[in-house]
Each structure stands twice: as C-alpha cells, then as structure tokens.
Design a protein around this ligand. Structure first.
Ligand code: ZN
Ligand code: ZN
Length: 747
C-alpha cells in the first residue's frame, strides 16, 4: 500500500502548515478536521491539501507522524470557506492555523484543550396527559391543577406548566410515577434572540430612491457585484436590505447580514425577525458556546437561510450564499484587533467574489476606504437622498463654549444647552446627551506638584469613578482606592483635584440641576449583562427623560420620543494620535445627530465645542458627507496616508524595555535593507520604530514600526520576508511581535 500524506493547518503561531501521514482507513479531504500530535500535545487542525502520495520534499518520510483521528466524514469547511481562509492567511500574513480555524465554533476545535466535543442539544421536559384521576385517588391541589390543565392541553412543556400552575418538576415526576402523565425529554433549538424584545415598525411605501436601489441590486443577483448604499440616517437602508433578501430567498439562496453589534442594533434585528420569522440565525458574542455551535450546525445544514451577526459571522458556513450585507460599513468594530486580525468589511468583498453574489455595504457616512473604492469604480454607488416619510434632517447648531456662561461649576452645560434640555423636559420630550468618555472625572491632579495619578502598570492616568469610589485604569482594569494625599513621595500634599469630566459626572451634575428629571446613563459601566436591554426598553417606554451615554447611544437605535440631542464636547476624539480621528469624529457626530427627530416631531442637535472651526464639525453641521469625504481624502493624499497608500504595523511588547527596543530596531533594520534592495525603493517607507503613544500597558513596554507602501503587492512581499525572518529568530519567550495589516488602532 502506498503511503499518503496531507497538509494540516494546526493552531500554532507559525507561518506554515504541517505534513502528516494518513493511516489506512482514513479518507481525509481538504476541509476535514483531524486530530494530530504536535510535540507533546494533541491538537485539532484542518486539512488544507492532499491526500498526496509523495512525501513533502526534503523530509524523511519515516519522521512524518500519522494522524491520530479523522473527526469528520465530510468537510466542515466547503470550498468557498477554504478559499476565504487561504486568502485571509496570505493577505494578513496570518499563521494558517489561525486563519483556517477561525470559521469554526470553539466546541469544534476544542480550544486550548484540543478535545473537540460533540454538541449536546438543549432538552426540555414535556408532559403528556394519560388519564384523569379516578374516584378515591387523592391528589394534592397543585397536582389536580396540573392534571386538569393537561386534560384539555394534552401536552405541555415543564416551563409552560410552571408558568400556568406553579408546578415544579418534582410535582410532575410524582404525577408520572402514578401514571397520570408521561414525561419525555425533547430536544429543542436554542433561541439566539431570547433576550431581545419584539419592536413593531410601521410599514410604508418605498421612496423612489429605495425602489431604484432594490431594482438595481435585485437584477445583479447571481453574480459578484459590489455596491455602496449611501443614505442619510432614516432614509430606509434596512427596507432595501429586507426587500433584496426576499428576492434572494425566492431564488433558494441565503443571505448574510453583518452588523456592528447585535445588542446595540435591536431594532434592526427585530425588523428582520418580523419579516423572516424563525428562518434567522444569529452569531454574536452574547451567545454561549453551545448556542453558537448549534447555530453554526443549523446554518451549515441550510436550515436558517438568513444569518445576522457581528464581524465573525462573516465566516458562517452558509452553503448557497446569494447576498452579503454589511450595515454601517464604516464602523470600527468590523476590524478585529486581537489575533487573527482581519477586517470583516474588506473580507466580505472577498467572500462575495468567491460566492459570486452581490455585496452591499451600507452607511450614512461611508468610510474613506469605501468612498475611494467608489471613485475608482470598484464599488457602485447607490444613493438614498430622501428620508423616509419626508422627515427633514434635524438642524445642527454648534455652541462655541468660549462664548457662553455655564449652568454648572464644572463647566459641563453651557446655558443654551441647559435651557434646551429644560424646555424639552417641560414638553415631556426625551433628550440624549453624548460624551465619549466614561467615569466621573477624567483624572486626579495634584495642584501642589502637578503630577496626575497614573496606573502602576500602564502609562495612562487613572479615571475616577465616584459611584464605585475607585480609581480605574481603562486599559488594564487596575482598580485602586483614592489616596488621601498625593502619592508622590516628595510631595504628599492633600491638594488632589478632579480634572475633566466623564459620563458619570454629567449624570450627577444633571440630577442636581434638574432634580425632577429622570436621568439614566448608558456606558460600559452601566450595561453589563442584561442591563443594556433593560435600559433600552426603559428609554423606549419613556421611563427616562434624559439618557447620558458614550458612543453606545450613537448606534442604530430608533427612539421616537427623542427630539433633542446634545453633544457635550465634540472634540474628545480629535486629539488622539490616529489618522482617522477626524473621520471618526464626523461619523459619531452624524450618527448621534441622526438619533433626533425620527418620529413625527422635528428634532434638533446642539454640539458644544471649543473648536468650532474644525472641518469635521463644520461638515457634520450641514450633514454633508460628500464634502467631508472630499476634504479628508485630499488631506490623506497630501500626507501619503491610507487609503491612498497601504499600511501595516509591527507591534512589539515585553517586560524588558531595552529588549523590546532592540528587537524593534532589528526588525526595522531587516525591512530597510529589503526596501533599499527593491526595484523602487521610493515607493515604500518606514515610520519608526518608536515607542507607542501609550508606552506601557499591563506592565509591558510597547514599540511600533509602521510600513507604508504605494503598492499593495510591494507591502506584501516585504512583510512576507520579515515574517520568515521572525519565524526563524530566537526571540525571548516574553517578547511578542504582532503584525497588523490595515491597522485601525494607533495607540
Ligand atoms: Zn503632589
Ligand atoms: Zn493600567
């Protein structure tokens, strides 16, 4: 018998696949999971190539270990997903194991233990009626109640019976023991939407713009056609998605819809459920591993033809994909900033190409990347210019904070904004106040020596949270008590002052200014677990007058009672060392402005700022995304920054500052030598190496090295060489090097 070999992607951080011998009786095809020995460990990997009769070149066949087990009869990754994984591994320079295992739920890869588990279905106890009680058969009141109920219902689940009669499982078992009823365990699908409340949405006639977009996309079903659907908030992008998906389902195909965050888009999900009922699958971080696993299997079995989820849903095993939608395509959450690093919007175009279906990127404020792709003819622009039901965009006014007095000592509320909030309250209308900074004070500053209180493990100041009575590091979650005196050993003064303000302080000051108002806060501190849904429900039910929040309030919520939106400080994000600072500020302001006046009442938006001349603010004032995009693109062009050029960043971190610096310089040295030797050295250049803007996080020193190239291919070649050197290098175990292609974060 001839020996056979396969290549396997194994979850280890090396940029290569590994060869294994196929024992007799196994037939592993590409896309099948296998259990393999790896050093002393046993890991779950995915077959990428083979089986092949010739052993890999230059390797002694006797040294190739056999597969331990074949875990699937049929591939769990179909040809389309395999091609997507391979593309992703190449483009992002990922270890193949990271890319090829990405589509699989943790239960199928065994995670760290390397032991894949079969899915256990959720079961529910069902009671069946057998007979009524005869004369002289004595039953407790509750047992009699259950039996009476079942006599007409004939069967019922234990949870329903408990709700109906209060009967415990124990009561049911006693009834079953006396053969009044029969109990059965039945498998039930888990409901991925169990935590979401249904929200009704009035139907209305499509606008001419919606009709044209629906027609254009529908006629391109069945072939790869990428679109940018640009429409102001409230222009009805969702209705376009829904109608095109109906056309996709009518063709017997499936649709995939990516949203920034399921929990923050309950309206969108609710409208999908109202339209498509229980044909919807959900893949999102709120699901427990078993629920995720079950959704995955049901999608693969073509039971659920509409898949909705956050970025990782891009890898859903949909057998016959007919449409891909990326809603709010500009949202930064589509970029995964932990390994494997990828951008779900960019990969959606790759998957659409592989599947041969339209890809619909939707946004009111497109990313510069997508806008440039439109200008270059890679995306077809579809515009929705009218708001549904002819509602005008809310007027936006800037309040120059240098020109007004304040209603409070902390200088949070200018008099015009405060008056507007009070008037709105008097009219019994709702207000949203937005500030992109949580906590009470931004930090504590010693007035005697000028030092601010910093995190011991990170080079950032600690944020004072008065409600919890703690200083908290927002980077490493370090928690400290508030010291009575300045911790600087040469100072020790008691002059610690709270400087700056966050959402918690805004909430507190507002309660003092307007004691009659019902004020609530929505940020990461107040929305753990199910608290977010409760808060959203209360606001929608109008149990809250003023909602103070971070960017969580800016997402796609539709609150009909909101007629005033106040932005407390527009420039919080502008000072960040981030090439997208202006773009993000424009997106956030436009999105938050879109929360005002979505019902029959007109809304208005007041934006407080010390920097009213900034172009991002000026264009947000006029809701002019095109003007902003043109100005921002010109700026990037002048600075040779993405998306005009292509960028990648090597990040290095470790506990030894000198070792990190040395290695950063060594990586840069190798890259520079390659650049100098290249045909066109002028078209690629390095920035750095230099310490990251936040030099230390969790006790680790951080350096970074940016590579910028005019051509994508040149960037790829350089990085591949650098990666090969790093794979061979003997780096200290505590020194980590990571690569981020098309970085979104610069901190
Ligand atoms: Zn001091
Ligand atoms: Zn910290």
């Amino acid at each position: 018998v001839t020996a056979r070999y396969v290549r396997v992607a194994v979850p280890v951080p090396l940029h290569r696949t590994f060869s294994y011998r196929v024992p007799d009786g196994m037939e592993p095809q590409p896309g099948v999971r296998v259990s393999v020995p790896f050093g002393p460990r046993r890991l779950v990997g995915v077959v990428t190539d083979g089986p092949d009769e010739s052993p890999p070149e230059g390797v002694d066949p006797k040294k190739i270990k056999p597969l331990l087990a074949q875990l699937d009869e049929q591939p769990v990754l179909d040809a389309e997903l395999r091609a997507l994984c391979a593309w992703m591994a190449t483009y992002y320079h990922l270890p193949p194991g990271e890319a090829w295992l990405q589509p699989l739920p943790p239960g199928m890869t065994g995670g760290r233990s390397g032991e894949a588990k079969p899915l256990t279905m959720k079961t529910v106890t069902v009671a069946h009626f057998l007979r009524a009680a005869g004369d002289g058969e004595r039953l407790s009141a509750r047992m009699a109640q259950v039996l009476k109920f079942l006599e007409t219902a004939l069967e019922s689940t234990a949870p329903d019976l408990r709700a109906e009669t209060g009967a415990s499982l124990d009561t049911l078992r006693r009834l079953a023991a006396r053969e009044f009823i029969r109990l059965e365990e039945r498998e039930v699908p888990r409901d991925p939407f169990a935590d979401l409340r249904a929200i009704s949405h009035p139907a209305h006639e499509p606008t001419p713009g919606q009709r044209a977009a629906i027609a254009r996309i529908s006629e391109s079903l069945g072939s790869f056609s990428p679109f940018l659907l640009m429409g102001v908030t409230g222009s009805g992008k969702t209705e376009v998605y829904l109608q095109v998906i109906e056309a996709v389902l009518a063709r017997g195909e499936a649709a995939l819809v990516l949203v920034p965050e399921i929990a923050l888009t309950p309206q969108l999900v609710a409208r999908f459920r109202a339209r498509f009922g229980d044909r919807i699958a959900a893949l999102h971080s709120g699901l427990d591993p078993d629920a995720r696993h079950e959704q995955w299997l049901r999608i693969a079995a073509a039971e659920l033809p509409v898949v909705i989820g956050a970025r990782s849903a891009l890898f859903a095993p949909i057998p016959n994909l007919g449409l891909l939608v990326v809603d709010e395509e500009h949202d930064p959450s589509f970029k995964q900033d932990t390994p494997p690093r990828y951008h779900a919007r960019d990969l959606s175009l790759v998957r659409g190409h592989l599947a041969g279906c339209p890809v619909l990127l939707g946004s009111a404020t497109p990313s510069l990347e997508s806008w440039l792709n439109c200008r270059r003819g890679k995306l077809e622009l579809l515009e929705l210019t009218e708001r549904a039901m002819d509602r005008p965009m809310p007027p936006v006014s800037l309040i120059d904070l240098r020109a007004y007095d304040f209603a409070d000592e902390d200088k949070i509320f200018s008099l015009p904004l405060f008056e507007a909030i009070r008037e709105n309250l008097a009219r019994d209308e709702q207000t949203i106040l937005f500030l992109n900074r949580r906590g009470f004070a931004a930090f504590l500053l010693c007035r005697a020596c000028g030092q601010s209180l910093s995190c011991p493990a990170c080079s950032v100041t600690l944020t004072w949270h008065r409600g919890r009575g703690r200083l908290i590091c927002h980077w490493c979650d370090h928690v400290a008590a508030r010291p009575a005196v300045c911790p600087n050993p040469e100072c020790g003064d008691d002059a610690l002052q709270e400087v700056g303000f966050g959402t918690e302080r805004v909430e507190g000051v507002l309660r003092e200014l307007l004691p009659e108002a019902r004020v609530a806060r929505m940020d990461r501190d107040t929305t753990r677990g199910k608290a977010l849904n409760r808060l959203l429900d209360r606001f929608r039910d109008r149990d809250i007058d003023v909602l103070v929040g971070t960017q969580m309030v800016a997402k796609g919520h539709d609150f009909p009672g909101v007629t005033l939106v106040g932005v407390l400080l527009a420039e919080t994000g502008l000072a960040l060392p981030d090439l997208r600072a202006s773009e993000r500020t424009f997106h956030l302001l436009t999105q938050i402005a879109g929360r005002a006046g979505r019902a029959d009442r007109p809304g208005r938006v007041l934006v407080q700022t010390y920097n009213p001349e900034h172009y991002a603010l000026q264009h947000a004032l006029t809701h002019d995304a095109r003007a902003f995009l043109a100005e921002e693109l010109a700026l990037r062009e002048a600075l040779d920054r993405p998306p005009i050029t292509h960028m990648a960043v090597f990040r290095l971190n470790g506990p030894d500052a000198d070792a990190v610096m040395r290695e950063a310089r060594s990586v840069a040295h190798g890259l520079q030598a390659d650049i100098d030797a290249a045909a066109d050295p002028e078209s690629v250049w390095l920035m750095g190496p230099q310490p990251a803007p936040i030099e230390r996080i969790r006790g680790l020193y951080r350096w970074q090295l940016h590579i910028i190239a005019r051509q994508r291919a040149a960037l790829g070649t350089l990085i591949a060489r650098a990666m090969a050197r790093l794979d061979d290098a003997k780096l200290p175990a505590n020194l980590q090097v990571s690569l981020d292609v098309d970085p979104q974060s610069f901190l």
